[in-house]
Design a protein around this ligand. Structure first.
Ligand SMILES: Nc1ncnc2c1ncn2[C@@H]1O[C@H](COP(=O)(O)OP(=O)(O)OP(=O)(O)O)[C@@H](O)[C@H]1O
Ligand SMILES: [Zn+2]
Ligand SMILES: [Zn+2]
Length: 804
């Protein structure tokens, strides 16, 4: 007999061999199992989750050694053929475990604990005896019952015939939501039989008569009571006579709170039309080109995306639209919903596990054709992709910082090659790497130089805070900004005040000895939180009461210092008691929908000033905003990171772009202690090209990307000596195994030298071409996984680190 074997990737990512294992497929599952299904397999002493990545009739494992699969969890695969291929690619590309690559593609509901339910869809069919016995009078039964009874092959044919269907019921939050409905029979004969049975019950007869004019329709019980004024008992009696039946109707949790009005395509500007034409051409010729759409803020990039997506939908294909998590605002998603209505699924971290799962199912079941989402939506299980878009492509959040350390842009390009469809990377301030590729012709550059309605770009002023101090102005607002705020309040126009990073510098400082209160677990100063009078660590969550006296010198002159959003808010009220301020930061947006409420209130003119962190840098498009203030441009400029200047330039450009987007002209005030810095000077003139040239020159001189590639190895341990020792071993080993074309810097102490009680060291690899790199790093990782890990070492390898 021809035995079937399954190749399984098991859910054990500490195991040091990263490969698939063969298991025998029990005979009763041979007709059921498919590539891409989830299974449970015996592994060591327990059963673990596994994914079927291959099926075959031969194995090298001796017959007496091979174990059978323990359980099959899916009858229909959760991974497509494409996803299995993509996982193999990701594994190599990012040097991760294949299991991690597979897991990242699934919604967490499918990774979590769940229960499988078999639901009866068609009540008229006569079920096979064995199956009928399991259902009994119920409409649904647990998958396990069929499994125990050995009925999986039969179940598979029932699914194919649409007599039953399978649902994953996630324990905890993620249940598939279902409501009880009444379905009236389609069979006139059944109805007249019921009528005869009910010969002496007038109410039942009148209900059956009503049903006769609604054959096959589905109602809630409530609707029926209202339409016919019968009671629940009458309905129950009629159902027992076979005139109708109760069914469970699946409803998707709808994360959209309100209906949106439909919009039509806008008449494109000439620049937009040129861009769209190039993209459309690529869609029509099915070429996997990558476009870099560089358009100044307010140039109407979104309209180009919308019309390109429309084209793809007209061709019967699907589109993925990625936006950074923080700009995935209701305002943003509404622009897509208002154009494509029910065709759109939305995926972001604000959704519950269940809601995310529902959105994923809509995609998998082909109920939607467009997904708008953050990074992980790049794995949306579409099977006929026609277009992938990354808006704000320069954003560092497109890079995942945990294994698999993938960049959504690379996954997008891989998928575009698989489907032969274009990718659009859009930004006002492209990542240096992307612009360099566009200049080399690897990407096709499309530019929008004008704002869509030909509004002027805002006028940008730079306020030198050193001069302010010399003039005796000790507040956090420059005279220029105070004047700007005053005139806006008079004219009843709106403003956005932007503070780089939440509470970045609101630490507690002793004015006598200079001690800053630090986290006991991480080498980072604690942040002061006014509302709770507590100090918190933003990395590990540690918190403590604000000390009354300095822990170092016992002085009472210890107090918080610096500019958190709360402090700014207080200062505004001191200067402008009449101002209405809305604060948007991590603290005010904790509860679900808070984001939306704040933006809506601001949009309705309920406040004059929107004060916030990164969250407000993007996507805002309100007509009445005429002033943008950046309170301190320096905070991001002086981070120990080779991309600090690039990030600052991007941020300043983005924030400035919120002003004067409609009829009214906009102004921007950037406050800084280093006005002569090129990132600030060039953000002032809002010119990308000179910034690009300047920054490229510096990158070449210092040997950083895009001229060189970098890879980062981080090693951590609770004991500082161990961390240093093993980081040294890694560096030595790399020096011994990589060519001398490569420079290896380190080991050095990481920029955050201790995190969650672990000391951190790192080595940086800089290279131009090194064919050996991946295999060498894989061997280093194998060594780590086999030996070092037992010593309590944690090591990570990142081939495209976003911070160094
Ligand atoms: N062809 C057009 N005709 C009329 N209005 C347009 C057109 N294209 C875009 N707009 C409008 O111009 C404004 C700016 O467009 P949009 O938000 O798409 O710009 P963007 O390039 O995505 O900007 P940002 O990068 O700043 O987010 C929007 O209010 C949009 O409705
Ligand atoms: Zn002190
Ligand atoms: Zn901490």
């Amino acid at each position: 007999m021809n035995v079937l074997y399954a190749e399984i990737i098991v859910d054990v990512s500490t195991y040091h061999v990263d490969r698939s294992f063969d298991y025998a497929v029990p005979v009763e599952w041979v007709a059921v199992i498919e590539k891409g299904c989830r299974v449970k397999v015996p592994f060591g002493p327990r059963n673990v989750l596994g994914f079927v990545v291959g099926l075959k009739h031969e194995t090298d494992v001796p017959t007496n050694k091979i174990k059978p699969l323990a359980q099959i969890l899916d009858i229909e695969p959760v991974f497509t053929e494409e996803m299995l291929l993509m996982a193999k690619w990701l594994k190599n590309e990012t040097i991760c475990y294949e299991i991690d690559a597979l897991q990242v593609m699934l919604p967490s509901a499918l990774r979590a604990k769940y229960e499988k339910i078999v639901k009866l869809l068609n009540y008229q069919t006569i079920l096979p005896m064995a199956v009928q016995q399991i259902f009994g009078k119920r409409q649904q039964a647990n998958f396990k019952e069929f499994e125990r009874a050995g009925l999986l092959p039969l179940l598979k044919t029932l699914i194919a015939d649409k007599i039953v269907k399978i649902e994953n019921v996630v324990k905890q939050q993620g249940n598939v939501k279902a409501v009880r409905m009444v379905k009236i029979t389609e069979d006139e004969q059944a109805l007249s039989n019921a009528m005869q049975e009910a010969s002496r019950a007038a109410k039942q007869r009148s209900l059956i008569e009503w049903m006769a004019s609604h054959l096959g329709e589905v109602f809630t019980p409530q609707q029926i009571y209202e339409a016919t004024s019968v009671s629940a008992a009458v309905l129950q009696a009629v159902i027992e006579k076979g005139a109708a039946s109760f069914i469970q109707e699946e409803v998707y949790r709808d994360p959209f709170t309100k209906d949106v009005a439909r919009t039509q395509s806008l008449q494109l500007t000439d620049e937009q039309a040129v861009a769209l034409k190039a993209i459309t051409h690529s869609i029509e010729t099915q070429s996997a080109s990558t476009f870099l759409l560089q358009g100044v803020t307010g140039s109407g990039k979104t309209e180009v995306y919308l019309q390109a997506i429309q084209k793809v939908l007209n061709d019967g294909k699907e589109a993925i639209m990625l936006v950074p998590e923080i700009s995935l605002t209701p305002q943003m998603t509404e622009r897509f919903r208002s154009r494509f209505g029910e065709m759109v699924a939305v995926m972001h971290s604000g959704l519950s596990v269940g809601e995310k799962y529902d959105e994923w199912r809509k995609i998998q079941q082909g109920k939607v054709s467009v997904v708008v989402g953050a990074r992980s939506a790049i794995f949306a299980p579409f099977t006929n992709l026609g277009l992938i878009i990354l808006d704000e492509e320069h954003e560092s959040t497109y890079k995942q910082e945990d294994s698999p350390r993938y960049h959504a842009r690379d996954v997008a390009i891989w998928r575009s090659q698989y489907y032969r469809c274009p990718v659009i990377l859009g930004s006002a301030t492209p990542a240096l790497e992307s612009y360099a590729r566009a200049k080399k012709g690897v990407y096709t550059l499309l530019t929008l130089k004008q704002r869509a309605l030909h509004q002027a770009m805002p006028t940008v002023y730079v306020a030198d805070m050193r001069e302010e101090l010399q003039k005796g102005n000790r507040s956090m607002f420059s005279e220029l900004l105070i004047e700007g705020i005053r005139t806006r309040l008079e004219r009843q126009e709106q403003m956005v005040l932007f503070l780089n990073r939440r509470g970045y510098s609101s630490f507690v400082l002793c004015r006598d000895c200079g001690t800053v209160v630090q986290c006991p677990n991480c080498d980072i100063s604690l942040t002061y939180h006014r509302t709770t009078e507590k100090l918190k660590c933003h990395y590990c969550g540690y918190e403590e009461q604000v000390p009354q006296i300095c822990p170092q010198c016992q002085s009472e002159h210890i107090r918080y210092f610096g500019t958190g959003t709360q402090k700014v808010e207080e200062e505004i009220y001191k200067l402008f008691p009449e101002a209405r301020v809305l604060r948007m930061d991590v603290d005010t947006t904790k509860h679900k929908g808070a984001h939306e409420e704040i933006l809506q209130a601001f949009g309705e003119g309920q406040a004059d000033i929107l004060l916030g962190t990164q969250m407000i840098a993007k996507g805002l498009d309100f007509p009445n905003i005429t002033l943008v203030g950046v309170l301190s441009a320096d905070t991001s400029l002086h981070l120990p990171d080779y991309r600090a200047a690039e990030r600052t330039f991007q941020l300043l450009t983005q924030v400035s772009g919120r002003a004067g987007r409609h009829d009214k002209a906009g102004e921007v005030v950037i406050q800084t202690y280093t006005p002569e810095h090129y990132a600030i000077e060039l953000a002032k003139v809002q010119d990308y090209e000179p910034f690009y040239e300047r920054e490229m020159f510096l990158r070449r001189r210092s040997g950083y990307p895009p001229y060189y590639f970098v890879a980062l190895i981080q090693v951590s341990h609770e004991d500082v000596m161990m961390a240093a020792e093993y980081a040294g071993r890694a560096a030595d080993w790399l020096r011994g195994n990589l060519s001398n074309q490569v420079s290896i810097i380190g080991p050095t102490v990481a920029s955050i030298s201790r995190l969650q009680n672990r000391y951190r060291y790192q080595c940086l690899i800089k290279y131009k071409i090194e064919p050996n790199l991946i295999p060498v790093l894989q061997r280093l990782l194998a060594m780590y996984r086999a030996e070092w890990i037992k010593q309590g070492i944690l090591m990570t390898v990142d081939l495209d680190p976003s911070t160094i």
